[in-house]
Design a protein around this ligand. Sequence first.
Ligand code: 2U9
Length: 396
Amino acid sequence: MSGFAEDSVGKDGCRTVKGGESGCSLKQKLGGTAEVSVLSSLGTRELFIFIRERNKAMKELLEKIRQDAKEAIDAASDLEALNAARVRFSGKKGELTAVLKQMGGLSAEERPIVGQLANEVRGDIENRIAEKEADLKSKATEMKLKSEKIDVTLPGKKEVLGKKHPLSIVLDEIKEIFIGMGFDVVQGPEVEYDYYNFEALNIPKDHPARDTQDTFYITDNILLRTQTSSVQIRTMEERKPPIRIIAPGRVYRSDAVDATHSPLFHQVEGLVVDKGITMSDLKGTLEVFIKALYGEESQVRFRPHHFPFTEPSAEMDVMCFACHGEGCRLCKGEGWIELLGCGMVHPKVLENCGIDPEVYSGFALGLGLERVVMRRFNIDDMRLLYENDQRFLNQF
Ligand code: 2U9
């Protein structure tokens, strides 16, 4: 800096200027207060020179701050850096603020000069910051727009719509048919008490259905239900006749897994209890059901059978769709395909639920859902229904 023999910034961050025409020294903490050691001893001319020098120093300091600020602002690559520059220069402890604080130490003559420059520098710094901020913000918006720009020419993201599982397709159809006949759909626990799964259904202690190889026992009297009849027992305990319900759901039997057996499968059971319910009500209802499910031309037949929870019991077959009763591969030459079991609710079962078999009677049915689904979609391996292979599921 011209006019001074020495002009350096010491380790203590103070700026010391010595010599110059006035031969005096100026020690100043940058932005700090300047202690003028020998002012009082100066003559007018020296004082004038000294003050002029000091002005010059202040101006140079302000110019340096302006320059530094410009560089820092230009170099700011984001709003954060810009804010740091703002704090460094115009902040409470900023370099410019420090100079402005010194204004008090200036003479009345000096203050307007230096003050005007200081304000001009502050204005300049603030304008640069404002411009830079606007510039950074618009660049940020541009980037954002660029990154968010949707190239409408790009093919849309193919939303892979899920499909109803074949089990759900057929189950919902069956539900619609029975709801259409005034039935309610009831649900119940899969982990069931022995009583609701066996006892109440007139399946005595030594009945083969009870033994372990068929049933998943969790404890002596808690098991995984082997049919959804337990739900109907619970319903008969809660509701008094007339009762018209279907109970769809998962059931569990410890079967070996193969093309037609799985430890977990689905059933739909049905129950009607009211006064004067007869076998013909059962046959009529099932005929309507089958014609709704497989078409008006479907034929059904009933074969006597035995279940502990119904008496009389029957199994119902539907005429083979492929050979119309002639016998073919599909119906293993039978001409008929077994679809479900049914019967009149055993009086003991009604009694177990506090319903008087002398007053009320009922019919019940039970079907394996997988069997109906496999026939509907010509699926020859039950495991396909559980393996969640998208190639298989996407066919439906
Ligand atoms: C109550 C009274 C009686 C439900 C019935 C069947 C016949 C039947 C099988 C179909 C295929 C089980 O999944 S499967 O192996 N079920 O044949 N189920 S009558 O009888 C009941 C139900 C509840 C209170």
